[in-house]
Ligand binder design. Structure first.
Ligand SMILES: [Zn+2]
Length: 476
């Protein structure tokens, strides 16, 4: 029996009787099941060399970087290491080796980057299967940009129960398609009429019923617990919830609280009991305070957070995922959005730069995250420059997307740094990212679990052969 199918069978049916601690079992089977395939090629040694190396945690780069890979694991990493005599040596020249980047906030199944109204229509027009096929291209673009692991924080299609993110994650793990390792959230959890209510802004009852826990929409602590249980039952790796309003939703204000403290307490308690981390969408300051007190693992966006709230985060060890790219993209294409959303985007955009500068100065834990889908997939690395422009040291920016992200994701035992025994997720970018952070946008080599996904130009995007769905055929 192939290990991948065994892994999923075990995870779905036999976990209760196994002796392995649940967290280890989950991490091994759900996230790293592909490693069992690559282990078959365990005898082949690949040596990656480049002028510099960033290990994912140190304060400086090392010169003459070497990463020695065998099978799916790193055997050794450092400076000037000798290559074993029978190894295949790949010399990447004037480049910097780094752990594969990690994005803590993507939506690989969605694409919100075009005109807002056209996108909204497309979401209810297109068959969900067709949207899933589009998502395979998003996954490939993301991993080819150097992002070997993502937390995919929410996937939903109006009037559909399809969990496309679960299908995408599983298809990547089984080697059916190419993409990053995904920790998925299924439907984000939120309140009726809140940022995640998929029927908000549409005519009342257009979809025939109000959404419920099985769409991630829940009101009251018990319903929130049920929504968490339902998502975990269906394979969620991480729990996402909206505790304040958002920018791209029509029926709410961007900074108002959307869950009560009692609902947040139930959300965190139930998720943590099931050993899942909790990431909360939150722009507003009051909602953030309540969420941090409730014990969430990360605040996503955080636009309006005041210094005292950032102090609370620092003291509690709560991560911030800033998603600067999201507001940057929306503000750059502001005419693509309805007036009500333009006003929300401008308010969030004006507040988030000071918030981020304060968070850096105060030493709040920061994990890289972009909100990819708001902008085209594969441009995730542009977040690095935005962080550096707002006062973060380049080496610290690199850490947010490697060692820090692995810590937040709960996968630091397996990936996030270039160290002996870790999975061989290794990328290379030209030049020196501490001198020019934008080289992160030009990753040219990507290895995931010892398999080379890219060495040179990216795979070209497919082009339309015929945009006409019913081309005229010549008459006989
Ligand atoms: Zn998002």
């Amino acid at each position: 029996m192939r290990m991948t199918s065994l892994a999923f069978a075990l995870r779905n049916f036999y976990t209760a009787s196994m002796n392995m601690p649940a967290l280890a079992r989950f991490t091994f089977f759900a996230l790293f099941s592909t490693s069992t395939i690559t282990a078959q090629a365990a005898d082949k040694v690949i040596v990656l060399k480049a002028a510099r190396l960033f290990d994912g945690k140190s304060k400086t780069l090392v010169q003459n970087g070497v990463v020695i890979v065998q099978g799916n694991k790193i055997v050794d990493a450092g400076s000037n290491l000798p290559a074993p005599s029978d190894a295949q040596v790949i010399d990447l020249g004037d480049a910097t080796l780094s752990p594969g980047f990690m994005d803590g906030h993507t939506h690989l199944t969605l694409d919100f980057s075009g005109n807002y109204n056209e996108r909204r229509l497309k979401e209810i027009d297109l068959n969900v299967s067709e949207q899933a096929i589009l998502a395979t291209g998003h996954a490939r673009a993301t991993v080819e940009a150097g992002f070997t692991t993502v937390r995919d924080l929410g996937s939903r299609f109006p009037a559909s129960k399809e969990m496309v993110d679960i299908a995408l994650r599983n298809s990547i793990n089984k080697g059916v398609i190419i993409g990053p390792r995904m920790l998925v959230a299924t439907f984000g959890i939120g309140a009726t009429g809140g940022h995640f209510d998929p029927t908000s802004g549409f005519r009342d009852m257009l979809f025939g019923r109000e959404p419920d826990y099985s769409d991630g929409i829940a009101d009251g602590p018990d319903a929130i617990r049920k929504a968490v249980r339902f998502e975990v039952k269906n394979g969620a790796d991480v729990i996402k919830a909206a505790v304040s309003g958002g920018v791209l939703s029509l029926a709410d204000e961007v900074d108002t609280p959307q869950l009560t403290p009692a609902e947040m307490a139930a959300l965190v308690d139930e998720s943590h009991r099931l050993r899942k981390k909790v990431a909360v969408h939150c722009h507003g300051d009051q909602a953030a305070k309540e969420a941090i007190e409730a014990g969430v693992d990360s605040i996503e966006h955080g636009s309006f957070l005041k210094p005292e709230t950032l102090t609370l985060m620092k003291n509690k060890g709560t991560y911030l995922t800033p998603t600067l790219m999201a507001t940057e993209w929306i503000l750059g294409k502001i005419d693509n959005y309805p007036p009500a959303l333009q006003a929300k985007a401008k308010a969030a955009g004006a507040a988030r730069s000071d918030m981020f500068r304060n968070a850096v100065k105060m030493g709040v834990k920061i994990s890289f995250g972009t909100d990819a889908a708001v902008f085209p997939h594969g441009q995730n690395a542009k977040e690095f420059k935005l962080m550096v422009d707002l006062g973060m040291q380049p080496i610290e920016a690199l850490k947010t997307a490697t060692g820090n992200a692995a810590d937040l994701f709960g996968v630091a035992q397996k990936t996030g740094t270039l160290e002996k025994g870790k999975l061989a997720d290794v990328i290379a970018m030209p030049g020196d990212p501490t001198a020019d952070i934008t080289v992160t946008e030009r990753v040219s080599f990507v290895m995931k679990e010892g398999k080379i996904i890219r060495n040179g130009p990216a795979t070209p995007q497919p082009v339309a052969i015929s945009a006409d769905p019913s081309p005229e055929l010549p008459a006989d």
